[in-house]
Design a protein around this ligand. Sequence first.
Ligand SMILES: Cc1cc2nc3c(=O)[nH]c(=O)nc-3n(C[C@H](O)[C@H](O)[C@H](O)COP(=O)(O)OP(=O)(O)OC[C@H]3O[C@@H](n4cnc5c(N)ncnc54)[C@H](O)[C@@H]3O)c2cc1C
Length: 489
Amino acid sequence: MLVNKPVVVVGAGLAGLSAANALARAGHRVVLAEAGDAHGGCCSTTAVDGFTFNNGAVYVAVPSLLRRGFARLGLDLDAELRLVAIADPIESHLEDGSVVHLASADTAWVDGPRAQSRTEILQHGLARLRRQWGPVYRTLVEDVLPHEPTLWRALLRLGRYLPRMRGHVDSLIEDCFPDPGVQAAVSAVLLYSGIAPERLPATQIIGLMALLEEGFHLPEGGMGAVTDALFRYLPRPDVDVRLGQAVRRIDVAGGRVRGVLLADGERIETQHVLATTSGFDVVRNLLPPGSIPRRLARICRDAPLSHRAVSIQLGCSGVAAPGAFIVNHVPAMAHQWRMHRRPSSAPDWLSWTVPTRVLPTLAGAGKSIVELYAPATGIDTAADWSPDMTDSAVRLHVEALRRRMPGLDIETMRVVDPRAFAGPRHLYEGALYGIAPGTAPNRLFPHRSGIPGLYLAGQTTFPGYGVSTAVWSGLQAVDAMLQDDRRRG
Ligand SMILES: Cc1cc2nc3c(=O)[nH]c(=O)nc-3n(C[C@H](O)[C@H](O)[C@H](O)COP(=O)(O)OP(=O)(O)OC[C@H]3O[C@@H](n4cnc5c(N)ncnc54)[C@H](O)[C@@H]3O)c2cc1C
């Protein structure tokens, strides 16, 4: 069945590409409008001087969910791309000189003082966490995240686990690991959240469970291989891809969607828009002010933005020494909040990734890529961030990195600060994950916007930020649209 007016999908990241594929396969014509010059959004790569840098996501967690999302589209993930399991995903260097290696529960180990007893504490604690949280993880991945969220579904599937979901990750970690050094290394796995362990909701231990249950993975060729596969699969000419075409306005009249206005002035008439750009952006910048449903206005006002950062990516020579993919130098768990604050001098505590440790071909022979995120705090809006702040963040963090890696020889540097994340990268206010990790699902933007014909997807909607989850947000928004159409006949 081909419907006359096209569905307009806003944004060609993971959510938009998944949605466009699902819609076309359901018989809809689609216009896929992407503001940037290329598809992929926060899951893409760019080659600079022979180095393949990520434009956002640095690894794939929960590959089973990604595989299942691809399968829903009729795609075999493993035939489209090669996911490489990261053999040595995380090493954390502690204040006493110990190094904690984290991978699976039974291969984790501690190197340094009291290595044997601390390795036992580590492995025992990880096994305990798996017993407590493994069932929650599997229920989430198999039964909750792939479905449109409803309170009943969540209560039915997760109700019995609710007591353990209260509190914060610090107490959970203290409870399982009676050694402060081991605690520091375990909580460091969740540094990517941008939230200190004492403020991070206990449910976010799922980030560690993802490592223990399924490991972390890199697609051969870099993170862009995931969105490249979805892009290749778009059926043409049913999907009309417009790159470099931002949607400037979503028209609403008579209480429903009527069309969109593109950056070049073209107006596309449509009764269906599926927007995968941030829900904040849709409400604040794309919809006519008088048309905003109360629920969207409330979420916009109350939902906490995720953290901001300066992305510093280095193309290097001479750092090919063996080591883990993620390297952390961390203080005690109670002090890790410092790693999320903008420092005034070169920080002692630092975290970076080396994608070339897993995929050497991302750089030339004998070369490496080092990526790190410097915290960008102390501002209210992305516009408050200044070039001086970027210079300072880069200077202090590169100095800190050189202290930790004396042989570092930087050939190329690419820096993206909050203004650039908000501007050319189109992330609302430069907030990396849109809405803060651990925010309750009812505070995310809904797939059904409340305006007939307008559907929302992407990382500010359920199931939230992440490579595998963003795909499902697109699929769920399409399901909601198709269901509503069927209901209306
Ligand atoms: C720095 C960073 C690191 C991350 N690390 C990880 C990680 O290691 N692992 C992980 O699983 N997840 C990670 N994430 C999260 C993950 O990358 C995202 O949640 C996911 O890629 C979001 O996909 P999306 O389709 O929702 O949004 P996006 O990828 O942001 O796609 C939205 C698209 O819409 C376009 N757009 C915006 N406004 C308009 C408009 N008006 N008109 C037309 N187009 C528009 C944008 O250009 C963009 O291409 C990271 C994110 C960031 C930013």
